[in-house]
Write a protein that binds this ligand. Structure first.
Ligand code: 13P
Length: 276
């Protein structure tokens, strides 16, 4: 069933687990994610990053495919636009039927981030769509440094003021993860996570889940994060499964890569404390 992410995020927050938010990039990955959610009888934040990832799909194609699998599914599926930086992309996503959108103005200064987020919140809420924003910028793993200076972490007071000023539904924060694979080992600032969790009422989101370490992610999921975004681990697993499986033809190769993706998603449902 196609739903917004509002209630499922609230349930995750109250239940001490995190939803998995995988980014799909073609029909197969979209179907594989929904099949695993059904197999485990769990909700899913089915995400599509129209502007950032090397996708095989246009936004309109992604919406048609995502809606088809969500609407015909037995479990709750939110169709989420990941990392929308342009208002135009967000408006199109809403028109095509996404039930949840992210406005990512995290590389702007505080005032501009507030202005852009507020504009999207007003537009989306008027159409029954929920909004995620980001404060404190989650950068790239390639430029990650283990000797992070404190400025990369989201400030508690900024997060509080940001939520009050924008009315956003969920908030992505920077506590030490990065997008893609890491140069070095990720260092998560759990103390900052606890401070932000205690200061805010809305669900918190973590970007850059891939290769952040199961122990770290488990702690994030049980200590205040309600949704974790994952992308790189899926495409790596799809490629590895196909490469190592010695497929005899193209269809077997596709089948193997689907299985690779599914195993990663099953794994993260367990790590994020959604299932035993
Ligand atoms: P990873 O590619 O590091 O898993 O990050 C995904 C992400 O945060 C998408 O929003």
């Amino acid at each position: 069933m196609l739903v917004t992410s509002k209630e499922m995020l609230e349930r995750a927050k109250a239940g001490g687990y995190a939803l998995v938010a995988p980014d799909y990039y073609d029909n197969n990955s979209c179907r594989a994610f929904v099949q695993v959610a059904e197999e485990l009888n769990q909700p899913l934040v089915l995400s599509f990053a129209a502007e950032t990832h090397d996708s095989m799909l246009s936004l309109e194609e992604a919406a048609l495919i995502g809606r088809y699998y969500a609407e015909t599914s037995k479990v709750d599926i939110a169709l989420h636009l990941d990392h929308g930086t342009k208002f135009d992309t967000i408006k199109k996503a809403i028109a095509y039927g996404f039930t949840s959108v992210m406005i990512d103005a995290s590389s702007c200064d505080f005032e501009e981030n507030v202005r852009r987020t507020k504009e999207v919140v007003e537009y989306a809420h008027a159409r029954g769509v929920v909004v995620e924003a980001e404060i404190g910028h989650v950068g790239s793993g390639e430029t990650y440094s283990t000797s992070q200076d404190d400025s990369i972490y989201t400030e508690v007071e900024d997060a509080k003021r940001f939520v009050e000023l924008t009315g956003v539904d969920s908030l992505a924060i920077s506590i030490g993860t990065a997008h893609g694979h890491y140069k070095g080992t990720p260092v998560i600032n759990f103390e900052r996570l606890h401070e932000i969790r205690d200061a805010l009422d809305i669900p918190l989101v973590l970007h850059g889940g891939s290769s952040s370490g199961d122990e770290n992610l488990r702690r994030c999921a049980t200590e205040g994060i309600s949704k974790i975004n994952v992308f790189t681990d899926f495409v790596v697993a799809a490629f590895e499964a196909a490469k190592n499986g010695n497929p005899k033809d193209w269809f077997e190769l596709l089948h193997m890569s689907d299985e690779g993706i599914k195993n990663v998603l099953r794994h993260y449902y367990r790590v994020f404390n959604c299932v035993e």
